[in-house]
Design a protein around this ligand. Sequence first.
Ligand SMILES: Nc1ncnc2c1ncn2[C@@H]1O[C@H](COP(=O)(O)OP(=O)(O)O)[C@@H](O)[C@H]1O
Ligand SMILES: N[C@@H](CCOP(=O)(O)O)C(=O)O
Length: 295
Amino acid sequence: MKVLAPATIANFGPGFDVFGLCLDEPRDVIKIRESNEIEVKVEGFNVPEDPEKNVASISALALLKMLKAEMGFKMKVKKGIRPKSGLGSSGASALGGALAMATLLEVKNKELIIKAALEGEKAASGSAHGDNIVPSLFGGFTILKSLSPLEVFKLDVNFELVIVLPEVEVSTKRAREVLPKYVPLSDAVRNLALASALISALKEGDIEKVGKLLDDYLAIPYRKPLISWFDNVRRAALESGAYGVSLSGSGPAMFALGEDLRSIGEAMVEAFGNEGIRAEYFITKVGGGAKCLDV
Ligand SMILES: Nc1ncnc2c1ncn2[C@@H]1O[C@H](COP(=O)(O)OP(=O)(O)O)[C@@H](O)[C@H]1O
Ligand SMILES: N[C@@H](CCOP(=O)(O)O)C(=O)O
């Protein structure tokens, strides 16, 4: 059994902990088969091989516990999404592990699969936020109304975007610790307005309008001490013609929408360089969600 679990952009501007966009690449690949022992092997980016520490096996074990099932398994995690990148690395592995185990057991209940995957996400980031796991499973652009009961609104959208990945790390756990418990009512209203308008623009397919709505008052302002380069890179993107630009998840990756995505990516990489940070960019498109292959 093999699962392809795609990277995601959580928050997507004003949709903190609610909006999520599935990407076509990169992805984690999780292979699993029944065994009389529990073993995890990792290829690609370095993550733990301890089954109690790798979020893919944590999610698989969580599903077994929820089903009151006892089973050994051998898992291979081909880690294609860099950890602490802001591209939903832990979310993809958590979803992939839960979905691989569910498929092995012929469990189709998506709410249960997501519940198990949240255990892996919680182990990695200290909180059971679903805005990476949900778009990685469903694909497209997802609005997470609630996790329990599971209520997801999916928009089938199709556009290209540029992702810029700097050679720095931002731990999601740390990026959540710096958030305030309360925000000013005026900021909540501003985000409500941006988020509502962004959904309307997405449904119209007006990507330029979507870009202009990629602002956030709930999380990014409080995370600035962790992403001191953000404003300069954002300015470079806009000056190079981007419709809009924001942080991917809790960062450090950033994404931009626009016409000439190569020039925008190059300008953002140069802006990171001016901050003494090496970075790379790639252009991708909206992904279709996780895939299960019976191999
Ligand atoms: N399979 C896995 N994939 C990603 N991270 C993992 C995995 N297993 C354990 N981890 C740990 O979880 C943490 C992921 O950090 P996090 O900031 O949540 O990444 P991201 O922002 O990319 O989702 C890291 O400490 C990483 O070592
Ligand atoms: N809503 C979360 C999303 C974290 O995404 P990640 O890709 O950085 O793990 C948050 O902003 O904390």
